[in-house]
Design a protein around this ligand. Sequence first.
Ligand code: AMP
Ligand code: MG
Length: 501
Amino acid sequence: MNSPETLLAQRLQLAELRITNRFATLPADFYTPLAATPLPSPYLVCASDQAARLVGLAPEVFSQPAFIAAFSGNSTLPGSRPLAAVYSGHQFGVWAGQLGDGRAILLGEAMAPAEPMWTLELQLKGSGKTPYSRMGDGRAVLRSSIREFLCSEAMAALGIPTSRALCVIGSDMRAMRELPETTAVVTRMAQSFVRFGSFEHWFYKDRKPELQILADYVIANSFPELQGATRPYHALLAEVTRRTAMLVAQWQAAGFMHGVLNTDNMSILGITLDYGPYGFMEAYDPAHICNHTDSHGRYSYRMQPRIAEWNCYALGQALLPLIGEANDVYDALSVFKPAFESSMQSLWRAKFGFIGTLEGDATLIERLLALMTASRVDFPYFFRHLSSVKMSATQQDETLRDLFIDRSAFDAWLSEYRQRLALENIDDTRRKQAMDKVNPKYVLRNYLAQIAIDKAQNKDFSEVKTLLEILHRPFDEQPEHEQYAALPPDWAAAIEVSCSS
Ligand code: AMP
Ligand code: MG
């Protein structure tokens, strides 16, 4: 068998991609076999070389007609048994009943040469109606497809677990949203697209055999290390809970807000899934709501950890028939808080350039966040510049000071921060290097995405490409792209992102 290195070096042509269909081996009730609805006159909008590399695809395939045909849904890849999966879920805290892939088609999975024994599922989103479309048209607009594409790839580059995006294929065909918009199909990749809601589906139907089939399937394919566990379903819940807690800690540290944390958007792998009205924190406000439609702020920045835990409880309830005892469910769920807190602490520590945890660190961090809230300080900009603080005061402090309304309060904080830094033996240069590896210089600000989308809607896809390249290296200086790291322009504050997609 070829080694992963050889496979990686190979860079396959599309026809060489071997598609298998594990999900399609599940019983018929789990999905509907269905091909995508053709997309009229499709064209390539963007593709990610890094994502393609994960399945060994060579970037020269991107412009080939066969690539565009396959990922617009106009042709079926050899070996693929396309299908739409069923799932249910809680939406905004309320049981919503059956949902399912209303506009997504699972093509099957491809080998992932970089991860031996791994495969990546390929899924089209926006590829037409399915039996689960309910009132929807089965399509996705170019705007939301570009947003999903860019954010998936940006999150991966930030080191945050996520589904990946291979490409966006556009069409002049329109779909009606607030206004008519052109449509697109985005191809996503993940080891699995099973959601918390996939389990809830069988629980609420009172179908224990199917619940067990799904749990066994997920364990065998995604958590093989749990197969020998004495209590495999308890272990599954504990591991998913742990991963979810760590994921949400990474979101908080990156200032990422998902926007629609319904249980049908929660990945059983603990990866970020289903990018809709997401946002990155800019002017710092823990109560910030990125989704314009979320009027009560259920999914605001500060609520995310609580909601993620609530969602784990929903999963726990769904797994109760398999786990048996409610106490065992609670026991597995008790993993959430310590996992989240320890993960959050170490992420904050790294953002501030602390090596160990010292008494008073939590207060120092909280005081800074309170000052940032009062002055609505730009989150990524502040942390990226914090690494330039030297042990002795310099001119550079002005960049940070100017971000605060109450400068003397910030001065007082900065002087305590310096005293704190002095307690650990790390010089300015090494500390800056370490901090710059965790505090990105480049983040996907809404206005940057919006500029790229506006151009793409006029068939100029260059800005999507430029942004992708920048966001694939978020921690690098990239002096040629300095303007992308600047504070946002005034008009950026007026951008509203809703569920419409
Ligand atoms: P979301 O809030 O985007 O996660 O979507 C919730 C559910 O609505 C999922 O089952 C989606 O597949 C479905 N859905 C969203 N938009 C559409 C659409 N335009 N057509 C069909 N189904 C959709
Ligand atoms: Mg969804």
